[in-house]
Ligand binder design. Structure first.
Ligand SMILES: *Cc1c(COP(=O)(O)O)cnc(C)c1O
Length: 408
């Protein structure tokens, strides 16, 4: 059981407002803030190089902590400044030729999609979306029919940005691997709120961000790459950290995942990310999953009871919210994520957001262009997104529900 009172004491901002935007940029806990601030102050005293040298051990521990979270070796983890930077640094390293195929999720995030389109244009490869089933999840049968040996990469979004869907990652990975395709998991909305075990999911690469469910600082992200793939992957851009200049016309890429990194970094933010991962590991991912699942269900059920409010989350089994169903390939956790999406009849999503903000309730709007394929298919322009983390109290959720009801 998670100690919610302690979690709230560690999150001063949660007393000032009902904070329902951990899918956007969460409130970092005090130990994370303290780590970042202390390092900035130290840089001001001794200079950035000396300050970093004092923390070399802690900096190495950041990757070790991420390795523990994902069940992988630290040498297979690269740090970056965002999930998109992490995703693209792997994606642009995958060799593509004319006629090769890239498959995307129906709920793909815009940053991934535009990168795929750009590379397709440059290489003569094609980009196709994998159809979804009636519940909105990747249709694994349809995927199997799409797959052939020209498919070089399948991009799976674990939990999309615009709703509670959770995709069946392991089934997708097994199908893709049967034809030799690589599987790149966008775990941006799952790391920190759902169990993300690389050995269980069997993906070839995984990207995520610090500022969302992990509760880390902004400007942080991470990438996992399957170790045996690393020697054959040439990053699109390198510097003197990704590679060593070995003779006037030769260089040698770093042997591990650090070939996907560059040298300069916000050291304070990186230490803060390590602190956030350690905070998460201390709480235990199972307790976090349970606490978020409960709050999301409370939020979703409450909204569904308000006349004039429509909940848009897909991914639920067709017979309703069966929490026991293992929809994401493992039998722990809820079938839906902590992202609750909804609209209020006759009120623009941005107006809902602003009216709630006036009552110190923080939600965001997810617009069509962030998940163009999915939103277009569902004829949605925008949805309001409420994403309660474990530090949100049941009373907070009730206050939010009362405020939404007053808008109808
Ligand atoms: C937020 C998000 C991203 C991008 O993360 P950044 O750190 O902003 O690059 C990628 N995928 C999904 C599903 C997201 O929600």
């Amino acid at each position: 059981m998670l100690d919610v009172q302690q979690a709230r004491r560690d999150t001063p901002g949660c007393f000032e407002r009902v904070f329902l935007d951990s899918a956007g940029s969460s409130l970092p806990p005090t130990p994370v803030v303290d780590t970042v601030v202390a390092h900035l102050l130290r840089e001001a005293e001794v200079g950035g190089y000396a300050a970093a040298n004092e923390r070399l051990g802690d900096l190495a521990e950041v990757k070790a902590s991420l390795g523990r979270l994902f069940g992988v070796d630290a040498t297979s983890v690269a740090l970056s400044d965002s999930a998109s930077r992490a995703w693209t640094s792997f994606f642009y390293a995958v060799p593509l030729e004319p006629g090769d195929r890239i498959l995307l999720s129906q709920a793909e995030y815009a940053a991934n999609a535009v990168a795929a389109l750009q590379r397709a244009r440059a290489t003569g490869a094609s980009v196709e979306a994998i159809p979804s089933d009636d519940a909105g999840r990747i249709d694994v049968e349809a995927l199997r029919e799409l797959l052939d040996e020209r498919v070089k990469l399948v991009s799976v979004v674990h939990a999309p940005t615009n709703g509670g869907l959770v995709n069946p990652v392991r089934e997708v990975a097994d199908a893709a691997h049967a034809v030799g395709a690589l599987v790149l998991l966008d775990a941006c909305q799952s790391v920190g709120q759902l169990p993300v075990s690389v050995p269980e999911l069997d993906v070839d690469a995984l990207s995520g961000t610090g500022r969302k469910w992990v509760r880390g600082p902004r400007g942080t992200g991470f990438l996992y790459v399957r170790p045996r793939l690393i020697p054959d992957l040439e990053p699109a851009m390198i510097d003197l950290h990704s590679a060593t200049w070995t003779s006037p016309d030769t260089y040698e890429l770093a042997p591990d995942a650090s070939r996907f990194e560059m040298w300069e970094t916000d050291v304070a933010a990186r230490l803060g990310l390590g602190s956030a991962i350690d905070y998460l590991l201390d709480l235990g991912i199972d307790a976090v999953v349970e606490a978020i699942g409960y709050r999301a269900e409370h939020t979703r059920d409450g909204l569904e009871r308000i006349p004039g409010v429509t909940v848009h989350d897909r991914g639920a089994p067709l017979d309703g919210h069966d929490r026991g169903a293992p929809l994401d390939g493992h039998d722990r956790g809820a079938p839906l994520s902590g992202i609750v999406s909804f609209t209020v009849d006759g009120v623009e999503p941005t107006a809902v957001r602003d009216a709630l903000a006036a009552q110190a309730i923080t939600v965001t709007v997810s617009s069509r262009s962030s998940t163009l394929l999915d939103m277009s298919q569902r004829k949605l322009d925008a949805v309001v997104r409420a994403s309660p983390h474990y530090f949100v109290s049941p009373a907070d959720v009730d206050r939010f529900l009362v405020a939404v009801r007053s808008l109808t």
